[in-house]
Write a new protein. Structure first.
Length: 462
């Protein structure tokens, strides 16, 4: 007797038939993930009518018929808050969707006509699209798997004076502690909280290269001992053999145990249960926000991105390849919020993103992972206006600030290469955040979402 096919087996068959695709969106906090995924879903659902998808071949050719939301496959993963995001955009006055934490998922079924139909144009096919949103901070933890507690502690000696400031309280709490000390749980939790507070304050101030990632976005783990550890300074001055012999309740042994637990039970499962199963990925970067925040934060973003991109480096000797066998076959990187600058600046913005990620892009190309850079606005919040000034015409942006002031502004020039000291001294960058535009009918206004969607799924709609 035949056994009914299990859901997993069904999924596998659909996948090999090119009928299913798992697309993940990531980026550091506030990069624009929720806005991107909300817009992507909205654009696809409007694909049949009132679409704004000219750069997506299947839509331009009238072959994309629409998209329907269906129940997601993994019932243990929170649902992507699409309705909440739309409700915020539809409010009076419109608001941006709330910040999110952790991973979420949504499944769409797209209906399209294949380009070359065997049935004289009447054939309709379906593509099941699983969409995921997860914090890029989680990827910052991959390199942590290559360390033991000692080497990690050594590496975490924070770099940069400005950054050190945020850890001064933690620093005074740990100065004078010895690996052999016995600390009670409460004291350990307090010191760990000082460390997490330092990380959070550094992030608030615009720093990105921060570890462990879950300390910033603890989700359900808030308050759990696995998130109560921190690096120990000066371990290299101790004899490793001596450290290894310290009793289980010593400070050193306790922190080491928690670090290891974090590696095994938090970092690894994310890669094994989620990351490894994504087919395609887009990494969003708030390049303009980092330009706005000044040179030290910009450099820090660059470091964090290189670290984050290590998760996509499948070179034979990469850590990821040794631990798991990832299989993302296409990657997009995008500078978000491009509506903060005038259209002629967009190619410079893409150039700057490519410059920022030059090393990882090179590695990815070498490893034969197709990668493409974009600048886009998921939900365009400004309008372009021509303004004449003393006989010449200037391009300006019109929008409404978050506090409700209508503004007309001439944003600064975006450097197309990594900004030099001269750029920072001369000009820097200064821009205002805008409120979303009041909603009209049809799909959400955007800039080049269609180009990104085309790159990410277009080949599956042929
Ligand atoms: N002007 C403009 N602003 C945007 C756009 N996308 C995002 N933003 C701004 O960036 C903020 C963060 O966007 P989100 O989509 O919430 O970013 P996120 O990466 O999901 O953030 P977390 O959930 O906190 O990690 C929004 O509240 C907006 O202020 C865009 O296309 N245009
Ligand atoms: Mg979000």
């Amino acid at each position: 007797m035949f056994k009914p096919l299990t859901r997993e087996l069904n999924d596998l068959i659909e996948r090999t038939r090119d009928r299913q695709l798992r697309l993940a969106v990531t980026g550091l906090s506030r990069a624009g993930k929720t806005a991107f995924l909300t817009s992507l879903i909205h654009q696809l659902r409007h694909a049949g009518v009132e679409a704004r998808l000219d750069l997506l071949g299947a839509a331009r050719e009238g072959r994309l018929l629409g998209a329907r939301r269906v129940e997601q496959q993994d019932l243990g993963v929170p649902r992507f808050p699409f309705d909440q995001a739309m409700a915020a955009l539809d409010a009076h006055p419109p608001r941006w969707p709330e910040a999110t934490r952790g991973i979420s998922e949504l499944r769409l079924v797209l209906r399209y006509r294949p380009r070359k139909s065997r049935l004289f144009g009447s054939e309709v096919r379906e593509l099941t699209l699983d969409l995921f949103d997860y914090p890029g901070e989680w990827l910052l933890d991959l390199p942590l798997l290559a360390h033991d507690f000692n080497s990690w502690s050594q590496q975490q000696r924070t770099s940069g004076q400005q950054r050190d400031e945020f850890f001064s309280q933690w620093h005074s709490a740990v100065t004078g502690l010895k690996p052999s000390d016995e600390l009670d749980e409460t004291r350990l939790a307090e010191i760990a909280e000082l460390y997490a507070t330092g990380l959070r304050a550094a992030r608030e101030a615009g720093f990105s290269d921060l570890q462990p990632g879950r300390f910033l976005l603890p989700g359900d783990l808030d308050g759990a001992p696995v998130l109560q550890f921190f690096p120990l300074l000066g371990l290299d001055e101790h004899d490793p053999g001596g450290l290894a012999k310290l009793p289980a309740d010593s400070l050193y042994a306790t922190l080491k145990r928690r670090f290891r637990y974090y590696q095994q039970h938090i970092v690894k499962p994310f890669y094994r249960d989620h990351f490894q199963r994504f087919d395609r990925q887009i990494v969003l970067v708030d390049v303009l926000g980092a330009l706005n925040a000044g040179p030290e934060r910009f450099d820090d973003l660059s470091r964090a991105l290189s670290r984050l991109m290590e998760s996509f480096d499948y070179g034979q000797r990469s850590l990821l390849n040794r631990l798991f066998s990832p299989r993302i076959d296409r990657l997009a990187i995008a500078a978000t919020k491009a509506d903060h600058v005038t259209p002629e600046q967009h190619s410079r913005l893409t150039g700057l993103l490519e410059a920022l990620l030059a090393e990882p892009i090179k590695d990815l190309r070498y490893a034969d992972v197709p990668v493409k850079a974009f600048s886009l606005a998921s939900i365009r919040a400004t309008q372009v206006r021509e303004v004449s000034d003393n006989g010449s015409t200037l391009t300006a942006l019109r929008g409404t600030t978050l506090s409700g002031e209508p503004t007309l502004m001439f944003p600064g020039d975006v450097p197309s290469q990594l900004p030099t000291a001269d750029f920072w001294a001369r000009q820097g960058f200064d821009f205002t955040a805008f409120r979303p535009l009041p909603r009209t009918s049809g799909a959400l206004p955007h800039i080049r979402m269609d180009a990104a969607i085309d790159w990410l799924i277009g080949d599956k709609l042929q």
